[in-house]
Design a protein around this ligand. Structure first.
Ligand code: RAM
Length: 360
């Protein structure tokens, strides 16, 4: 009761005062939920009790990067299903553009004001949401990032789709094989600030330093902002600017779909290779018509499922987000890694041979 009313006071304060001032005023008022600023996910006060009962009747808000993106529709549906199974409530809020960080900030504040127990956030930017997320945590809301992380001090745990390093390096390996280790390549990314895409691109550049890629040249990184039309135009622009381009990596489901659409209707079909991260349902026709050879992804619904179960485990006190803690999600036991990262597993590579076995 007391905690509830304190939470309410702090939230009310946050709405009328500058958030940073309110943060100071409310800091320390909620017992075990206080997160030390900027000191990483491991800095959560309190101890995990792996045997604590799984709480029911919780409300978990999902805040994807972008609501009308089919990838997030699948991911968040996975979250909804898991929460229903666990006896808790799911809600989803979020911007329709992948470049609306101000929108994401105000959705974080709304969820905090609504006193959700936890939120699962895919961040458009590593730093922009931090003040709002820290405020949420001070008010007792558990914060899980999924798909795209924030700085580690701004959330309790990050549910990662696969190792970022694996994803970055394997995309280069796939494309290099397709172009015979020779020629100009480009990257068609999402938003310029997206944490996930930028981390993968960092590993792609590092992979390209290996001498086996000495004849492969990265000539441009373009940004389609997870907008189908902008991504289509950016692909067109890449080919106009670099007529000798041999391949494109697009580590975004929206980007790769638009690039495949452009290539398949152009003279470049089958000549310019395309790989990256896509859903099998989006790529099926382009694999069958020879525009795309192979690409990869994880199952977004499983990512949403794990984000939801992590949120519930945090809210139940089974974990705090510290390295080495373990918890059960469905039939699998997950161990929290460095910086509060929980990894879903290995991505799957899809090609003509296996694509028809998948439906998402
Ligand atoms: C897009 C988004 C998302 C990314 C996938 C691969 O839907 O940018 O963040 O993980 O692609």
């Amino acid at each position: 009761m007391r905690k509830q009313s304190l939470r309410r006071t702090c939230v009310a304060l946050a709405t009328v005062t500058a958030l940073s001032l309110a943060a100071t005023a409310c800091g320390g008022t909620t017992k075990n939920d206080v997160q030390k600023e900027g000191s990483g996910a491991g800095a959560v006060a309190g101890k995990a009790d792996p045997n604590a009962a799984t709480k029911k009747g919780l409300t978990v808000g999902f805040l994807p990067k972008q609501v009308n993106n089919p990838y997030f529709t699948s991911a968040d549906k996975g979250g909804e299903k898991a929460l229903t199974e666990l006896g808790s409530t799911y809600k989803e809020v979020g911007p329709s553009s992948a470049t609306d960080t101000a929108g994401q900030v105000s959705y974080v504040n709304t969820l905090t004001q609504q006193q959700v127990n936890a939120m699962a956030v895919s961040a458009q930017d590593p730093g922009a949401l931090c003040t709002a997320l820290k405020q949420a945590m001070r008010n007792g809301v558990k914060v899980v990032t999924y798909d795209s992380d924030t700085k580690t001090g701004c959330r309790n745990a990050f549910v990662s789709q696969a190792s970022a390093e694996d994803l970055g390096r394997t995309e280069v390996q796939l494309l290099a094989r397709q172009i015979g280790y020779k020629g100009e390549i480009a990257i068609l990314s999402a938003a310029q600030t997206a944490t996930n895409q930028n981390t993968w691109i960092g590993y792609m550049k590092d992979e390209l330093k290996d001498p086996k890629y000495k004849d492969v040249k990265l000539v441009k990184i373009a940004y389609g902002n997870d907008d189908p039309q902008q991504s289509f135009q950016q692909t067109q622009g890449l080919l106009q600017e670099h007529p000798h381009l041999k391949g494109i990596i697009s580590p975004t489901t929206v980007g790769i779909k638009a690039a495949a659409q452009y290539l398949s209707g152009s003279k470049y079909k089958g000549k310019v290779e395309l790989t990256g991260l896509a859903t099998p349902n989006d790529m099926r026709k382009y694999v069958k018509n020879g525009t795309v050879d192979a690409f990869e992804l994880w199952d977004p619904a499983r990512l949403g499922d794990l984000a939801a179960r992590t949120a519930v485990a945090l809210s139940s006190g089974q974990i705090t987000g510290k390295e080495g803690e373990t918890f059960k999600a469905g039939s699998t036991t997950y161990t929290i890694g460095r910086d509060g990262v929980i990894s879903l597993g290995k991505p799957t590579v899809f090609d003509a041979e296996n694509i028809d076995r998948f439906d998402f």
